[in-house]
Ligand binder design. Sequence first.
Ligand SMILES: Cc1cc2nc3c(=O)[nH]c(=O)nc-3n(C[C@H](O)[C@H](O)[C@H](O)COP(=O)(O)OP(=O)(O)OC[C@H]3O[C@@H](n4cnc5c(N)ncnc54)[C@H](O)[C@@H]3O)c2cc1C
Length: 415
Amino acid sequence: MVGVWRPRNEAVSVTRVVIVGAGVAGVTTATALRQQGFVGEVTLIDAGEFAYARPPLSKGFLTGSASRESLAFFSQQWFADNAITYLPNAHVTAIDRDVLAVQTHRGTRIEGDMIVLATGGHALVPSLLSNDSGRVHVLRTIEDAERLRASLEAGTRLLVIGAGLLGAEIAISAHGMGVDVATIDPAAVPLGHLVGERLGLWLRDRLEGFGISHTTASVAAVRAVEHAVTVELANGETLAADQVVLAIGLRPDTTLAQAAGLDVDRAVLVDERQRTSDPRILAIGDCSADAASAPHRAAGHWDAAKASGERAAATILGHEPADPGVSWFWSDRGDVRLDVLGNFAGAERHIDRGAFGGAQFMVGGFTNGILTSAACVNDPKSARQLRKLLDRAWRPRPEEFADVSQTLKQLATAR
Ligand SMILES: Cc1cc2nc3c(=O)[nH]c(=O)nc-3n(C[C@H](O)[C@H](O)[C@H](O)COP(=O)(O)OP(=O)(O)OC[C@H]3O[C@@H](n4cnc5c(N)ncnc54)[C@H](O)[C@@H]3O)c2cc1C
């Protein structure tokens, strides 16, 4: 049975918030609540040992340049100082919607007036690609990264299946460790759906420029053979490797939501205020997807997870959520830092600012003659600036945007 639901727009008086998951989404909700003066109880529960950021796992943490400690969001002391009850090593096994409470694997029940699901996701592993040889890896957690790193040494043959954002980062990091890396992806332009064909091809060629060979093919099976793994391609070819990484996507963790009877379609479905089909339960970050946009797909990027955590805090406090603004994600691929703003691949026309393929350049995405998106290569400062300008509805004409004799600031103030 389901407890009494409050009507959607009624201001809810919340004094106890229980957040399941201490990734960037959950931690953001907890901090935003305190920053905005919430005086009630905030309990943050996570199955992991400590609350940490995932982006370095495929970059500095994999190569060994970033330590385990440097990944932590906050210390235990910080949580205590901010009156956030942080419970690590606690796996939530069920949600009770009658009394609105969660239960941990140790049998502890924690009641709340509002529950926030921030359970993130897992690496997607189709059964035909998995095996138990210990040579097939995924990369989602700190333990995954440690296991992968321990399996790599100079000369190891590594096959990365999936050459999207994560796969390319892993490939480049491993290459930097002296590993003999190859990538496989069914798409001829692996990131084309996010950065369009031209930039996608440039990025792919860049990988090959490092000496990372790329095969365009679908994988039919991964098999353990003595001291190695063979990867069978749909075209009949077979590739051999010492280690394999699957980097083919995200499977949102919907276990708790599904068991509690909430609306789920690949991800936990939410409205524009992060409310699930039970408005006393919010869902944020990689486990959630906008119910209004089809297909239901979790964003899978850091900034989207953070923004959804902020929206959840606004919903709990009865505030209007901030305008979401233009979306943003970044990727670090060796000597290429990529920042993508808005729906760049979907733009009608792409206009370069700076020499395409040079050391530093950007490409603007125009639709109906209006700048709505951009991709910046090795220029995170301009990306930050451009993001603010796009949020302020700065709409340069294509020829203005392309004019590198003026800085973005000069162009924006000249209008
Ligand atoms: C290797 C890697 C590199 C990345 N690099 C980039 C990048 O360069 N740029 C970018 O924009 N994005 C990047 N991302 C994506 C970004 O990190 C994610 O979008 C973000 O971490 C999602 O945050 P989240 O809080 O929704 O989920 P998560 O970070 O997955 O956190 C979910 C938490 O919930 C906990 N949990 C789940 N179920 C339970 C339960 N039942 N009980 C208790 N706890 C539970 C888990 O232990 C976990 O700590 C990267 C992701 C990975 C994995």
